[in-house]
Design a protein around this ligand. Structure first.
Ligand SMILES: NC(=O)c1ccc[n+]([C@@H]2O[C@H](COP(=O)([O-])OP(=O)(O)OC[C@H]3O[C@@H](n4cnc5c(N)ncnc54)[C@H](O)[C@@H]3O)[C@@H](O)[C@H]2O)c1
Length: 328
């Protein structure tokens, strides 16, 4: 059990105030007993704009943010390459952390976060938002209870068009999106035994990142899984595979879909608003504040899961580079 916070209002500070910070700010505002105290962002114009939008303080430096006694927890919402630096800074100043995915650039980086967090008795929660959806939790309960019988297959599909200027800010879909798929599979079925992967770049003019990747995996039970991540095109057909998670067993099956709730207005970078995007982050933040910080309980997906997910991503990269099946 990690340190518990008993204050009436838990103060949150954001390091990084890009797109995802907008969803996290809404999530904190929806969580009773939590508030966004302030933010720091590398580009000062963006910092000023977001601080005004969120109605919070605009810190001059990340050090000033982590030293503020009103900040109990830090959300690290910058790009992947700087997650370790800011997570360490927050932990060294006694703050709990929620760090966006992918948590680190390498397994070694995530292990460094884990050992520092343990030495400080503080929680670091990976931004593994999908598993905080009720449909995911129920699916896992059904699998664990044996109610779906012998699991034969699982599918995690993602087909959401991202324009090139948005994709340019991220790694390719292997790291950016298959990280989600990896922790989802770990949460539902545990660690796979081996995998093979392929990728392609189909709709960008200039950037080199892949915009589609697919993975086949085998679980220790023999069950097979398939992961697909695409920024290349939306799926406009009936019952689209926008974001779809399916588990099929000999005694039952389940489905989770982003298409269960759709608002006809553009999302941040999506052509429509999938309510589950905000909803899963709202649930994740609620769990972080109420369960992890107030009760000392673990997150639903831990740093160990982030390490296992990163190993899967690195296995995908090896499989793609060498054209081989990779054991885990
Ligand atoms: N959980 C999800 O579904 C989800 C969705 C989108 C993004 N993300 C993750 O959130 C993080 C941020 O993504 P975003 O969409 O907000 O990106 P963004 O480009 O909109 O914002 C990133 C912010 O980080 C800042 N930044 C970039 N490099 C930095 C550095 N070296 N040091 C300090 N600040 C730096 C930029 O100024 C920018 O304001 C990424 O890790 C991304 O993978 C998660």
């Amino acid at each position: 059990m990690t340190a518990r916070i008993t204050k009436d209002t838990i103060g949150v500070g954001f390091i990084g105030a890009g797109d995802i910070a907008i969803l996290h700010a809404k999530a904190v505002n929806k969580c009773p007993g939590a508030k966004v105290v302030g933010l720091w962002n590398r580009s000062r114009d963006r910092a000023t704009q977001r601080a005004a939008e969120f109605g919070c303080k605009n810190f001059a430096t990340p050090e000033e943010l982590v030293r503020d006694p009103a900040v109990d927890a830090v959300f690290v919402l910058t790009n992947l390459e700087s997650h370790l630096e800011y997570t360490k800074l927050a932990l060294q100043h006694g703050k709990a952390v929620l760090v966006e995915k992918p948590v680190g650039v390498s397994v070694a980086e995530i292990e460094e976060m884990k050992s520092l967090a343990a030495s400080k008795n503080l929680v670091v929660v990976p931004g593994h938002n999908y598993v905080y959806e009720a449909g995911m939790v129920r699916t896992r309960e059904l699998i664990e209870a044996g109610d779906l019988g012998k699991i034969v297959s699982a599918y995690v599909m993602y087909n959401i068009h991202h324009p090139e200027d948005v994709a340019a800010r991220y790694p390719g879909v292997v790291r950016q999106i298959l990280t989600h798929h990896s922790y989802i599979l770990l949460y539902l079925l545990g660690k796979p035994q081996k995998l093979c992967a392929m990728k392609a770049t189909l709709h960008y003019d200039a950037i080199p990142q892949e915009d589609i990747a697919m993975v086949q995996l085998q679980m220790p039970s023999g069950a097979l899984a398939h992961l697909c991540a695409s920024f290349a095109a939306d799926d406009h057909a009936a019952d689209p595979w926008t974001v779809m998670v399916k588990v099929i067993g000999t005694a039952g099956s389940t489905r989770y879909s982003y298409r269960d709730h759709v608002e006809i207005k553009p999302g941040l970078v999506h052509s429509q608003t999938y309510s589950a995007y905000q909803g899963s982050i709202t649930n994740e933040v609620r769990h972080f504040i109420d369960e992890c910080l107030r009760r000392g309980a673990p997150p639903l997906s831990t740093l160990d899961d982030a390490i296992a997910a990163q190993k899967m991503i690195e296995a995908c990269e090896k499989s793609i580079a060498e054209g081989v099946v990779v054991g885990l």
